[in-house]
Design a protein around this ligand. Structure first.
Ligand code: NAD
Length: 394
C-alpha cells in the first residue's frame, strides 16, 4: 500500500492525532489494519470493532491488539449482543473522531450513547449505505456533528465500488462455489457503482449478464452498455447466479424464489443482509444443508444456494478476502487524510454530511500515479486561461 505508507511516514513525523482517540467500526481485515496503524503512527489511540459479524479476520484482530495504542474488539461470528457490546466498548473510549463503514457507530451514539457526543469532533463514513443513512439523519435534523462522505469522492467510488467490489465479489463466488462463470447467466441487481463493476467483470469472464434496476437512467445506461435489462420477476427463472448490489431491502423475495432454477446461486454484495430474504428461505425450506459459506435450501424439490448468509459476499464467505489491496490503498488513504482534516478543521464544520475536500482526492491520485511511475501532462498557462474564459468562441 504505497500511498498509505507514504501518508503513514508523514503522520509519524507530524503526529496530527496526538492526544486524540479514534473510534472505528470497519471490516477488520488485513488492509484495514494498515489504516489503523497509520492513524496510530499519527499519534491516535485507536479503538476498533467490526461493522459486520462475518467479515472479521480473527488473526488480524488479535495482531492489532498486540500493537501499542491499538485496541480491537472484533470477532468473526459475533452474535448481535456481542456485536453491539463491542461497539459500546469503542464508544466507552470517548472517541474524538469516528470512522464508520455503514454508520453503526454513529447510529449507536445518537440513539443509545448520547453522552459520547461531548467528546466528538467529527466522523468519516466509508460506504454508500452509511451515506444514505447519514443524509437521512441530516434531513431530519438529527445528525449532531460533521461527517465526511468518504464514499462519495471519485477516488473512492470509481475504484473501490467499481473495481474492488466487482472483482472481489466474483472471485469470492468462484472460490466458494467452484462454478464456471463462462456461459452462465448472471443477474446483477442494481446498476450503480458496484453493479457496473460486477456486470462488466462478469461479462469479461464470458457470462451473459442481466441487469435489474429501478432508476430509468441507470437502466438505460445498462442497456446501452450492452446488458439485458428486465425486472427481477422476468430474470428469476433465467438466472444461474444472482448478485444484489442495490443497498436496498427485499430485492429477491418469496415472490421470486419459487421461479428460480434448481441450483440457482444467490449472493449479496450490498452492505446489509436485507437484499435477499434469507429468513423466508430458512423458514420455508424442506431441508437445509450448511457448508463453508454456502447454505443450500431445498424448496419443492429445488436447491437454492445462498452464499455467506446473504451478507457481503466478498468479505463474509470463509475465503472472502475483501477488496484487492491496491484498491484499499486508495480508499484508506482518502480515509486517513479525511480523518486528519477532521482533526484539524472538524471544529469549524457545521453538523451534517460534508464532501471530501478536492485537494485530498487529488493528493491521493497524485501519490498513486507517482507510485506507479506514471506522469501526466500539465495545463499550459494558455490552456488554463482558455478553460476558465467565456470570450473565446468560433
Ligand atoms: N461489497 C462491498 O465491499 C461494498 C463496497 C462498496 C459499497 N458496497 C455497498 O453496495 C451497495 C451499493 O453501492 P453503490 O455504490 O453501487 O450504490 P449506488 O447508489 O451507486 O447503486 C445502487 C443502485 O441500485 C439501484 N436499486 C435500488 N433499489 C433497487 C431495486 N429494488 N432493484 C434494482 N435496483 C435497485 C439504484 O437505482 C442504484 O442504481 C451499498 O449498500 C454499498 O454500501 C459494498
Amino acid at each position: 500500500m504505497p500511498v498509505l505508507s507514504s501518508i503513514r511516514e508523514r503522520f509519524s513525523e507530524e503526529r496530527p492525532f496526538a492526544g486524540m482517540t479514534v473510534g472505528m467500526a470497519l471490516h477488520v481485515e488485513a488492509k484495514t489494519a494498515v489504516l489503523v496503524e497509520t492513524l496510530a503512527a499519527g499519534g491516535a489511540e485507536v479503538y476498533i470493532t467490526g461493522c459486520n459479524p462475518l467479515s472479521t479476520q480473527d488473526d488480524v484482530s488479535e495482531a492489532l491488539n498486540t500493537r501499542e495504542g491499538i485496541h480491537s474488539y472484533a470477532r468473526r461470528g459475533a452474535d448481535a449482543e456481542e456485536y453491539y457490546a463491542a461497539i459500546d466498548r469503542v464508544l466507552d473510549a470517548r472517541p474524538a473522531i469516528t470512522i464508520d463503514d455503514g454508520m453503526d457507530l454513529i447510529h449507536r451514539i445518537h440513539t443509545e450513547r448520547r453522552e459520547v457526543l461531548d467528546s466528538i469532533i467529527g466522523g468519516c463514513e466509508e460506504t454508500t449505505t452509511g451515506i444514505h443513512r447519514l443524509r437521512a439523519m441530516a434531513r431530519d435534523g438529527a445528525l449532531a456533528f460533521p461527517v465526511i462522505a468518504v464514499n462519495d469522492t471519485p477516488m473512492k467510488h470509481h475504484f473501490d465500488n467499481v473495481h474492488g467490489t466487482g472483482e472481489s465479489s466474483l472471485s469470492s463466488i468462484m472460490i466458494t462455489t467452484n462454478v464456471l462463470i463462462a456461459g452462465k447467466r448472471i443477474v446483477v441487481a442494481g446498476y450503480g457503482f458496484c453493479g457496473r463493476g460486477l456486470a462488466q467483470k462478469a461479462r469479461s469472464l464470458g457470462a451473459r449478464v442481466i441487469v435489474t434496476e429501478v432508476d430509468p437512467r441507470r437502466a438505460l445506461e445498462a442497456h446501452m452498455d450492452g446488458f439485458d435489462v428486465m425486472t427481477m420477476d422476468q430474470a428469476a427463472p433465467l438466472g444461474d447466479i444472482f448478485v444484489t448490489t442495490t443497498g436496498n431491502m427485499g430485492v429477491i423475495t418469496e415472490r421470486h424464489f419459487p421461479n428460480l432454477k434448481n441450483g440457482a446461486i444467490l449472493a449479496n454484495a450490498g452492505h446489509f443482509n436485507v437484499e435477499i430474504d434469507v429468513e423466508w428461505l430458512a423458514s420455508h425450506a424442506d431441508s437445509t444443508v450448511h457448508r463453508d459459506g454456502i447454505d443450500t435450501y431445498n424448496i419443492d424439490g429445488k436447491a437454492i444456494h445462498v452464499l455467506a448468509e446473504g451478507r457481503l459476499v466478498n468479505l463474509a464467505t470463509p475465503k472472502g478476502m475483501g477488496h484487492p489491496i491496491e484498491v484499499m490503498d486508495l480508499s484508506f488513504s482518502v480515509q486517513a487524510l479525511s480523518a486528519e482534516f477532521i482533526a484539524k478543521h472538524g471544529r469549524e464544520l457545521a453538523p451534517g454530511v460534508h464532501d471530501v475536500p478536492s485537494a485530498i482526492d487529488e493528493e491521493v491520485a497524485r501519490l498513486k500515479l507517482a507510485s506507479l511511475g506514471l506522469s501526466i501532462d500539465r495545463l499550459t498557462p494558455e490552456q488554463e486561461t482558455y478553460m476558465s474564459s467565456w470570450t473565446i468562441g468560433t
